[in-house]
Design a protein around this ligand. Structure first.
Ligand code: UDP
Length: 341
């Protein structure tokens, strides 16, 4: 591919940092725009110093809410395309503080797109979410499933998808929207992994509960109409997600039209199955208690991923156990412990 430099917004976040690693490993130069509101400086330091085939990521600290800091990134470099992940991503917070989501996710993206226009940059890969679909009307969910997001987070992602359509029509900026299902796992080389504060996601929550003296992990509902009563989700490894971004860049480089793709494995796991995988990998019995359902959780979310396979040539390769193994090693490392899973 004849690309020189890729801008990754939110490149020090969980998925963004894996995209940066994938770019570096693939021979690209990457510049990261991150405001470090949730992105981690320690990951930034790793990305800026980890020598991946002689390539380093450059960090430009700045916010999408500050148009000048975006312009500065474009002015000083030859950027070919943007991978845009910066934004806020907690569903519950989006309900209590929607303004933050419309500001950071929608207004921030408009600032980015305006700067791209002004600098003649015409390709963007956007981190969207399965949250754009809302309560599933059927599973597996394909890209033609109705779009009825149930919270401001999902609405903000859908608004950006719509804005991208208009920017494509009017200004010729082509886009790929990647609708992630449940991201899981960590870099096998331990350079990055998941670390939200507070951590609400399933796999890190199970691992933390174990490492915090096996304090007990909460299963949110065991009375769903699923095979074992717990919720089914489509866990897709963050390394596979990262690879999809590179394929999306290549697709746009080869003049692919603007489009949107589900990124999931097309198979679901229940909470109990994930717990069992964690027990197999760690070799420990993990204490679990059944609690009430978490409000807003649908029983099952599974991607139909055929479109990404056919058009982008994407193939998720890592299994749930791979994701649990790397997530466990990452959490051990973060705590200064050695893991021998
Ligand atoms: N979950 C759980 N206990 C936890 C965290 C999550 O039982 O401590 C369940 C949650 O109800 C959902 C699934 O695990 O069915 C995945 O939740 P997560 O927050 O990881 O992702 P979401 O699907 O909500 O984006």
């Amino acid at each position: 591919m004849a690309m020189s430099e890729i801008l990754v917004t939110g490149g020090c976040g969980y998925i963004g940092s894996h995209c940066v690693l994938c770019l570096l490993d693939g021979g690209f130069d990457a510049v990261i725009l991150d405001d470090f509101s949730t992105g981690r400086r320690s990951v930034g330091e790793t990305l800026a110093s980890a020598d991946s085939k002689g390539r380093l990521a450059e960090i430009a600290e700045g916010s999408l809410l500050d148009p000048e800091s975006i312009d500065r990134v474009f002015e000083n470099r030859r950027i070919d395309a943007v991978i845009h992940l910066a934004g806020s991503s907690q569903v519950a917070e989006s309900v209590s503080d929607p303004g933050k989501y419309y500001r950071n996710n929608v207004a921030g993206t408009v600032n980015l797109l305006e700067s791209m226009r002004n600098h003649g940059i015409g390709r963007i890969v956007f981190s969207s979410s399965a949250a754009v679909y809302g309560e599933p009307k059927y599973v597996p969910i394909d890209e033609n499933h109705p779009l009825e997001p149930m919270n401001p987070y999902g609405k903000s992602k859908l608004m950006v998808e719509r804005i991208l359509e208009d920017y494509g029509r009017a200004y010729g900026i082509r886009s790929v929207c990647l609708r992630y299902f449940n991201a899981a796992g960590a870099d096998p080389e331990g350079r990055s992994g998941e670390c939200h504060e507070p951590e609400t996601h399933l796999i890190p929550s199970i691992i933390r509960s174990l490492l915090d003296g096996n304090r007990g992990f909460s299963i949110f509902g065991a009375d769903y109409g699923t095979r074992d009563g717990t919720c089914v989700r489509d866990y897709v490894d963050v390394g596979d997600l990262a690879e999809a971004h590179l394929l999306a860049l290549r697709y746009l480089e080869e003049n692919g039209k603007s489009d949107r793709f589900n990124l999931g494995t097309s198979s679901g796991s229940t909470v109990r199955e994930v717990l069992a995988a964690c027990e197999r990998i760690t070799g420990k019995k993990i204490r679990a208690e059944i609690r009430d359902r978490r409000p807003g959780d649908p029983a099952a979310l599974i991607a139909d991923n055929r479109k990404a396979k056919e058009i982008l040539g994407w193939e998720p390769k890592r299994t749930l156990e791979d994701s649990v193994r790397t997530a466990y090693a990452w959490e051990m490392r973060r705590r200064g412990l050695t893991s021998s899973p």
